[in-house]
Design a protein around this ligand. Structure first.
Ligand code: GLA
Length: 382
């Protein structure tokens, strides 16, 4: 599947063949790429993601009974099925089913009564690559349930529901960046998220800049446990500083820390500041300053937050060399592999592609996959 052929028709006919009737609700929610501000969202800081034109689509039809049946069209795994009369619990496996169960549980926990449903899911957000395929699934599901049940839920509610599903059913104590971006994305813009107030401000992406995502094809291992470790370290640093969160910390305060906690806090404070800085730089047309900031952000997550790995560093260097001074690249997302995000003039994209073809192979021999992305709107009707 690719972005230019949304698989809506395929989803609609697969749903009909499976469920015996047409869906009554068809929605989608996008994945996202974060430009800068990494691991800042659970520290009440700023981040600057872009919702991208890769989506999860959900087809849904209400049933007359209390049964929920769920089919993940792309996975080739058995369907999930359960009754709404029994309290929903996470399953040991399959993992994907827990996103659905978790979202329905989070909606119920807000006091909304649900009806039985047939739900089919498909998508083209690369999975496990740090582009928030799971957030886009959670938000698309919540949007489908909201519309089919006519529930009074805002975009912020959809994001909170997705985050709750992630915490309680998927075992990752994520922040709220991915879900907020998937719910509230704006076409043509990056979103500056203030994760303390949850204020969302759109900043137009300059027309001369291409938003490129490069899949390293490096398998991310133990991501959830490493993620939760980083979160604990940030909490320790916050406690040691005696502050409510790292959002309240100034660089000067950090001299009271040392070792690992100093490095973790320094990354969070500096990357949150870089998110605000990049948002304002976007309108300036200063591609050199934008590139410098992306390179600094990568160094910070490599040296201070220690979420990179040598193969990712080499890929980022290769990208930055190919891009030159106007624009730049950094690893994006939770870390330990996944994707590189690059901002560069459109005219330089072929040079970047050529450099990747000539100079990069993943450890298993695969080529990197380059995606040109369009900043897109958040969850809605498909
Ligand atoms: C994952 C989490 C987000 C955020 C990023 C790192 O994508 O889901 O909440 O913390 O990692 O910036």
């Amino acid at each position: 599947m690719n972005a230019s052929s949304p698989p809506l028709e395929a989803l609609r006919s697969a749903f009909e063949a499976w469920a015996g009737h047409a869906p009554d609700t068809l929605v989608r929610a996008p994945g996202r790429v974060n430009l800068v501000g990494e691991h800042t969202d659970y520290n009440d800081g700023f981040c600057l993601p872009v919702a991208i034109d890769r989506w999860t689509w959900v087809a849904l039809r209400l049933r007359a009974d209390r049964t929920v049946r769920v089919r993940a069209l792309d996975l080739g795994l058995p369907d999930d099925g359960f009754s709404l009369d029994t309290p929903l619990q996470p399953l040991p496996q399959p993992h994907w089913a827990n996103y659905v169960r978790g979202v329905l549980h989070a909606i119920q926990s807000r006091g909304h009564a649900l009806r039985g449903m047939d739900i089919a899911i498909t998508g083209n957000v690369p999975q496990g690559a740090g582009l928030s395929s799971s957030a886009s699934l959670e938000v698309a599901l919540a949007e489908g349930v909201r519309r089919s049940h006519a529930l009074p839920l805002s975009g912020h509610d959809l994001a909170r529901i997705g985050q709750q599903a992630e915490h309680e059913f998927a075992g990752c104590r994520c922040g709220i960046m991915d879900q907020l971006c998937s719910a509230l994305g704006e076409a043509g813009s990056a979103l500056l998220l203030d994760t303390r107030s949850l204020a969302v401000q759109a900043y137009k992406m300059p027309a001369e800049l291409a938003v490129v995502v490069i899949e390293s094809r490096i398998q991310r291992g133990l991501v959830e446990s490493a993620y939760n470790d980083r979160r604990r370290e940030c909490e320790e640093a916050t406690r040691a500083l005696g502050l409510p969160s790292l959002r309240e910390a100034q660089m000067a305060d950090l001299t009271r820390l040392d070792g690992t906690l100093l490095r973790r806090a320094r990354h969070v404070v500096s990357d949150s500041a870089r998110a605000v800085q990049l948002a304002t730089l976007l309108a300036s047309g200063d591609l050199v300053a934008i590139g410098r900031l992306l390179r600094e952000a990568h160094a910070s997550q490599r040296d201070d937050f220690e979420i990179s790995r040598p193969e990712m560093d080499a890929l980022v260097t290769l990208c930055n060399d190919a891009i030159g001074p106007e624009g730049g690249a950094r690893m994006t997302g939770g870390g330990f592999g996944g994707c590189v995000v690059a901002l560069l003039p459109h005219a330089r994209v072929p040079a970047l592609q050529a450099a990747l073809n000539a100079g990069y192979r993943a450890p298993n021999g695969e080529l990197a996959v380059l995606h040109r992305c369009q900043p897109t709107a958040g969850a809605g009707l498909a």
